[in-house]
Design a protein around this ligand. Structure first.
Ligand code: HAM
Length: 409
C-alpha cells in the first residue's frame, strides 16, 4: 500500500476552503473597489523572479526570508517576498514608453520564510498600491486615502485603526542636528525600527555597532520621543491634505515608524488596530531611489503593501467568524425523478434572469432539501413535488422570514 502523505499544507502555507474564500473575497473585493475608486490601474507579474533582483542588503529581514532555488538550467531563482522589486523592474523596462505618473495596483501572492507568529504566514496575499513618477506629497495622500477607503469598505472606522505616519527624511534631519553623521543613518534606522520588538539595551548595542558613541546613542533615544511634526513641511502638507480629503481622523504622527525595508527615503507609514492586538495591517512609504538601484532612471515613487492575513483576523475578531457569509441565491430541489426535468428548466429560467441557482443533483425528501439549502446559505428555496407539476407552479420560500410566493414552472 502506498505510504499516506500528510494532508496538511506545508508549514506556513494556506489552503482556502469555501468558508475561507468567503473572507478572502470580502477582503479582495474591498481592495479592488478602493483601488478602482482611486483610479489605480491593475497589473500583474510572475511569482518567480531572479534571486539577484530580490536579494538585498544584510540586516534586512526580508532579504534573509527569501525562498530561493536553482532551476534545472542552474538559474538562481526566487519566489517574490514582496511586489516592489518586480514593479521597479517592470517600470524600468518600459521607462521610455510609460507616461508618468503611473498609478498601478495588484493583489500579489508573496512568500517569506518567516518565523511563524500571529498574523505572519509564509505565504500571504498583498494588495499593492503604487504611484510612480510623482514627487508631490499628494501621491502619499492618494495612496493612504485609498487604503483607508478599503478598510471602511470592510466595515471598519477610524475607531478601529490608525495609520501611524512619519518621515525618514525628518528623522534623518533630527539625527543630523544631534551630530549623528548621515553615513550612519541607515544603520540607526534599522536599529530604531526594532523598538518595541527588542529590549532597548540590545538596540543600544546595535547603535554602538553602527558607530555611535554613548552621547549619540542617548540622543537617538531622545529623538524617538519627538511628538511634533511641525519641523517637517511634507508632513504638515500631508496632514492638511488628508483633512481636506476627509480622512485625517485615520492618521496620527508617530516618529517611531521607520519601516524595516532599506529603500524608503521620505514619508513612511504603518497601520495598526487601535486595540494594539495585531501586527501591522499595512505599511509603505516613499522610495525615490529604487529604480536607480536596479539601473533605471531616477524616479519619485510612493506605495504600500496591505496583507490579507492581519486584516482578516481583525475583521473576525470585530464582527465574528461567520459574519462574512451573506444569504444569497435560490436552491432548487425535487421530490423524485418525475420532477427532475421541471427543476432543471426552472433553474435555467432563473439563471437566465441572473439569479445564482444551486440545483439539487438528485431527488430528496423535503426536510433534507430545506436543511441543506439553509446550511448552504440560500436566500430562497423552491422544492418541486408531483402536485406542483400538475398545478404548473411551485412555491418559492424566503429562507429568512419563511414567507412563500408562487412561481410558474
Ligand atoms: P512590508 O511591510 O514588508 O512592506 O509588508 C506590507 C504588509 O504585508 C504588512 O503590513 C502585512 O500586512 C503584510 N505582510 C508582510 N509579510 C507578511 C507575512 N509573512 N504574513 C502575512 N502578512 C504579511 C512591503 O512588502 C513593501 N514592498 C510595501 C510597499 C509597496 N512599499 C512600497 N510599495
Amino acid at each position: 500500500m502506498a505510504e499516506k502523505i500528510s494532508f496538511e499544507p506545508p508549514r506556513g502555507m494556506r489552503d482556502f476552503y469555501p468558508e475561507d474564500m468567503v473572507w478572502r473575497n470580502k477582503v479582495f473585493d474591498a481592495f479592488r473597489a478602493a483601488g478602482e475608486a482611486a483610479g489605480f490601474e491593475p497589473y500583474d507579474a510572475c511569482v518567480v523572479e531572479s534571486y539577484e533582483l530580490l536579494a538585498r542588503k544584510a540586516g534586512e529581514e526580508v532579504g534573509e526570508q527569501i525562498y530561493h532555488f536553482n532551476d534545472k538550467s542552474d538559474r538562481h531563482l526566487a519566489l517574490r517576498a514582496e511586489m516592489t522589486p518586480t514593479l521597479a523592474r517592470m517600470v524600468a523596462q518600459r521607462q521610455k514608453e510609460l507616461s508618468f505618473p503611473i498609478k498601478w495596483t495588484t493583489i500579489a501572492q508573496c512568500f517569506r520564510y518567516e518565523r511563524m507568529t500571529k498574523g505572519r504566514k509564509r505565504e500571504h496575499y498583498q494588495w499593492n498600491l503604487d504611484i510612480i513618477g510623482e514627487d508631490s506629497v499628494l501621491a502619499e495622500v492618494e495612496v493612504l486615502g485609498a487604503a483607508c477607503d478599503a478598510l471602511r469598505r470592510m466595515g471598519l472606522s477610524s475607531a478601529d485603526f490608525k495609520v501611524h505616519v512619519s518621515s525618514r527624511k525628518f528623522l534623518g534631519e533630527l539625527l543630523a542636528a544631534s551630530g549623528i553623521a548621515a553615513a550612519k543613518h541607515a544603520q540607526v534606522f534599522l536599529a530604531l525600527d526594532k523598538r518595541g520588538k527588542m529590549p532597548d539595551g540590545e538596540i543600544a548595542a546595535m547603535l554602538r555597532d553602527g558607530g555611535l558613541d554613548e552621547r549619540e546613542v542617548e540622543a537617538a533615544f531622545a529623538i524617538m520621543e519627538t511628538e511634533s511634526y511641525a519641523g517637517c513641511p511634507e508632513l504638515v502638507e500631508l496632514f492638511a491634505l488628508a483633512e481636506t480629503a476627509g480622512f485625517a481622523d485615520c492618521l496620527k504622527f508617530d516618529i517611531a515608524v521607520i519601516r524595516g525595508l532599506s529603500y524608503y527615503t521620505g514619508i513612511v507609514f504603518e497601520c495598526f488596530d487601535t486595540q494594539g492586538q495585531f501586527r501591522a495591517i499595512f505599511g509603505g512609504g516613499r522610495y525615490d531611489n529604487l529604480l536607480t538601484t536596479i539601473g533605471g532612471e531616477p524616479t519619485g515613487a510612493v506605495g504600500l503593501g496591505f496583507g490579507d492575513v492581519v486584516v482578516t483576523e481583525l475583521l473576525k475578531a470585530r464582527f465574528g467568524e461567520s459574519s462574512a457569509k451573506a444569504k444569497r441565491g435560490v436552491a432548487v430541489g425535487f421530490m423524485d425523478i418525475g420532477q427532475r426535468a421541471a427543476a432543471v428548466k426552472l433553474a435555467a429560467k432563473l439563471r437566465a434572469r441572473g439569479e445564482r441557482v444551486d440545483l439539487a443533483l438528485k431527488a430528496q425528501k423535503p426536510k433534507k432539501f430545506f436543511s441543506r439549502a439553509d446550511a448552504g446559505g440560500a436566500a430562497k428555496a423552491v422544492f418541486i413535488g408531483p402536485d406542483d407539476i400538475a398545478a404548473g407552479k411551485a412555491r418559492i420560500k424566503d429562507m429568512e422570514n419563511r414567507t412563500e410566493t408562487e412561481i410558474c414552472l
